[in-house]
Design a binder for this molecule. Structure first.
Ligand code: BTN
Length: 252
């Protein structure tokens, strides 16, 4: 097992994804595959589609793992699903009723306990890398009522399960990510997709701008198959045209 080592921890930073990016690009001492960055607090934590990610000091897992994947960057979108499975493995060991919302939210009893933000780095001759940013609400009991997220937030403490320390859960997620990536390398996307489908939350309504669609299935290309109010089916991509204006091009 090597994920989580080397590990750089900060009491405070703007975003662990930024620290991981800088470390990945450090010409003298570049972060190796599996290197971990964590923090007690982020001043500019970010989520998918330009949202802010807020977490109280020391109450939340705030981590980024640097990957130097063996596969092509055209398959980088698969990392988000692999990471969601890894987080659900670790969170599911603490609380029951853990499920996945497309593409990579971990829900506890239908509420959002975690988010994953995958960003890519193109580091010239050294190839590409992916930064897997993970936030998990551990001991928060109060949340901003004006959240930009569709699902209401929750934490492990609020869900009444075991509440591990943030550092223990961080290590467990890093290990779970390593195992899930190894499984993906051996068995491929078909198997990862089947595992994701086995955990998908039922009855999730996705919002895309003004449109709503009932999530039906994860397509082989990572898109969401949804049933529209008209009764017809459509496939939605993670970053679609109308939302891409808010989505930096390196976000998966
Ligand atoms: C989302 O659900 O929109 C994804 C949230 C990802 C938050 C994590 S916290 C650690 C890492 N650093 C960041 O700035 N974001 C990710």
């Amino acid at each position: 097992m090597s994920f989580g080592s080397p590990h750089r921890h900060s009491a405070e930073c703007a975003s662990t994804n930024d620290l991981a990016r800088a470390w990945a690009m450090d010409a003298d001492n570049p972060a190796p595959h599996g290197a971990l960055v964590s923090a007690d607090f982020q001043t500019k934590g970010r989520g998918r589609r330009g949202r802010q990610w807020q977490a109280g000091r020391g109450e939340s897992v705030l981590m980024s793992v640097l990957l130097r994947p063996a596969f092509s960057p055209t398959e980088a979108w698969q990392i988000a699903f692999i990471a969601a499975l890894a987080v659900s493995d670790a969170v599911g060991a603490c609380v029951p009723h853990v499920a996945l919302k497309w593409p990579n939210d971990v829900l506890i009893e239908g509420n959002k306990a975690s988010g994953v933000l995958v960003e890519t780095v193109h580091a010239g001759a050294s190839g590409w890398a992916a930064i897997v940013g993970i936030g998990v609400n551990v001991s928060q009991t109060k949340f901003d009522p004006n959240t930009a997220y569709q699902m209401p937030p929750t934490s492990l403490r609020l869900s009444g399960g075991q509440v591990p320390t943030v550092s223990v859960l961080t290590e467990q997620i890093a290990r779970a990510l390593e195992l899930r990536l190894a499984q993906h390398a051996m068995q491929g996307w078909k198997h990862t997709r089947a595992d994701w489908q086995a955990r998908m939350a039922p009855g999730i309504v996705l919002q895309r701008g003004p449109e709503q669609g009932l999530f039906v299935d994860l397509e082989a290309d990572g898109r969401a198959r949804v049933r529209l109010p008209s009764g017809t089916f459509a496939c939605w991509a993670t970053v679609d045209a109308e939302e891409s204006a808010n989505t930096p091009p390196n976000q998966v």
